[in-house]
Design a protein around this ligand. Structure first.
Ligand SMILES: Nc1ncnc2c1ncn2[C@@H]1O[C@H](COP(=O)(O)OP(=O)(O)OP(=O)(O)O)[C@@H](O)[C@H]1O
Ligand SMILES: [Mg+2]
Length: 166
């Protein structure tokens, strides 16, 4: 796998939810404070499941980390503070702005945004992007890359954390 500091990218093939838990643990360990993570992918691709995996790695029970489809934003406080947006049901980008995402983007926590492609103009320039894809009943493909200039090393760190965990 080829990576470089500025434009790191790699694909994580998950064959099971246990694999997705491993990715979640790596994200929880490797993402720098204040990182925003754009989650992109169709219904059932595994966006919420991945946030649950990160939350679990931070000591937040999985059942607490539910999809914020109706409440639009959830906050979990474990070993790290996690904010979880879902833009699926929003009418437009203005409605997203009304939720006050800037405050979360600027916080020290990790901020996940499901359906980030729907509110792309409101997303911070510096972000980690994870494109999620269902390729079978239990098989998922997560393509992880950095947008902007500062988070390339974070993507490399995620990959290293996965490799270190075996
Ligand atoms: N390897 C895997 N990784 C993640 N989820 C998996 C995997 N295998 C099966 N699943 C199942 O796939 C489903 C993913 O649903 P999830 O709610 O995370 O999708 P989503 O991308 O958030 O969709 P939506 O756009 O509706 O919010 C869950 O039911 C989960 O149990
Ligand atoms: Mg979801």
């Amino acid at each position: 796998m080829r990576t470089n500091a500025k434009m790191a990218e790699f694909v994580f093939h998950s064959l099971s939810e246990a694999d997705t838990e491993r990715l979640g643990s790596a994200l929880a360990r490797a993402l720098p404070p204040g990182t925003t993570i754009a989650l992109i992918g169709t219904l059932g691709a595994g966006k919420t499941r991945l946030v649950q995996a990160v939350a679990a790695a931070c000591g937040v029970p999985r059942e607490i980390a539910t999809s914020p489809t109706f409440v639009l934003v959830n906050e979990y406080r474990g070993t790290r503070r996690i904010c979880h947006f879902d833009a699926y049901r929003l009418r437009d980008e203005d409605e997203f702005v009304e939720l006050g995402p800037e405050e979360y983007f600027e916080s020290e926590g990790l901020t996940f945004v499901e359906w980030a492609d729907r509110v792309e103009n409101c997303m911070p320039r510096e972000r980690v992007e994870i494109v999620c894809e269902a390729v079978g009943e239990t098989e998922r493909r997560f393509c992880i890359n950095s947008q902007g200039e500062q988070l390339g090393s974070a993507v490399t760190a995620i990959k290293d954390a996965i490799d270190a965990a075996g």
